[in-house]
Design a protein around this ligand. Structure first.
Ligand code: PGA
Length: 251
């Protein structure tokens, strides 16, 4: 049985005070949901304070990005050790906004995934096709490439979470249909099975892209959808807790 995960990606939102208030509200509201994993990914500046706020609870902390070197002259970058020091146990890697605006390539994603694993952070590796790619009918080519290259040289998959986030669904209100999402999730699991055998059955594959408490119920009922990576709807405690509640009720 795969345990569900709900991760809130706050992106470039919230001051430290706002982050702490939101984290506290989520921690308090989520205390009854012990059957899955709840993860918050605040901006870097708020990581430590949010980590302190959720300490001792079952809510865990993620970074939205990290660099693949341990230390050195890399102005503006953050190492995995720094993230662990701030209280993180997860790192979102290869989010489509990183790929689009900051030109991250599959190779960067691969280096980051490998580094996160050696540093003891669980990567949440994001993949997904653009609108243009879906229309062209190359969704599986694109997602297949992202998964295989992202995991290139990774020998053990146990400590990896994958997030399928169709780019056209992120922040657009255009959520994938249950059939569209399940098809790609099953496709990803098939690749993992080829690469890693039956361990693939234990890997959580999250859906992301315009998830709300109103649409998550149908998505989470799909066989290969194991949780959600949530952007916009994670910025208000009520909406985020509603997603957790609806996932917990169905899985
Ligand atoms: P969204 O973002 O829920 O606002 O569509 C999802 C994400 O980018 O992880």
């Amino acid at each position: 049985m795969r345990k569900w995960i709900v991760a809130g990606n706050w992106k470039m939102h919230n001051t430290i005070a706002e982050s702490v208030a939101l984290a506290k509200a989520i921690k308090d509201g989520a205390s009854g949901f012990q059957d899955g994993t709840i993860i918050l990914a605040p901006p870097f500046t708020a990581l430590f304070n949010v980590g302190e706020t959720i300490k001792g609870s079952s809510v865990l902390l993620a970074a939205q990005n990290m660099y693949y070197e341990d230390k050195g002259a890399f102005t503006g970058e953050i190492s995995p050790a720094m993230l662990k020091d701030a209280g993180c146990s997860y790192a979102i890697i290869g989010h489509s906004e990183r790929r689009k605006y900051f030109h991250e390539q599959d190779n960067d994603v691969n280096l980051k995934v490998k580094k996160a694993l050696t540093a003891g952070l669980t990567p949440i590796m994001c993949v997904g096709e653009t609108d243009e790619e879906r229309v062209k009918g190359v969704t599986q080519d694109v997602v297949g490439r992202q998964v295989k290259q992202g995991l290139s040289g990774v020998e053990k998959i146990e400590n990896i979470v994958i997030a399928y986030e169709p780019v056209w669904a992120i922040g657009t209100g255009k959520v994938a249909t249950t059939a569209q999402a399940q098809e790609v999730h099953a496709f990803i699991r098939g690749i993992l099975k080829n690469l890693y055998g039956n361990t693939a059955n234990d890997i959580r594959i999250l859906y992301g892209g315009s998830v709300t408490k109103d649409n998550i119920g149908d998505l989470i009922a799909m066989e290969d959808i194991d949780g959600a990576l949530v952007g916009g709807a994670s910025l208000k405690a009520e909406g985020f807790l509603g997603i957790i509640q609806n996932i917990s009720a169905k899985k």
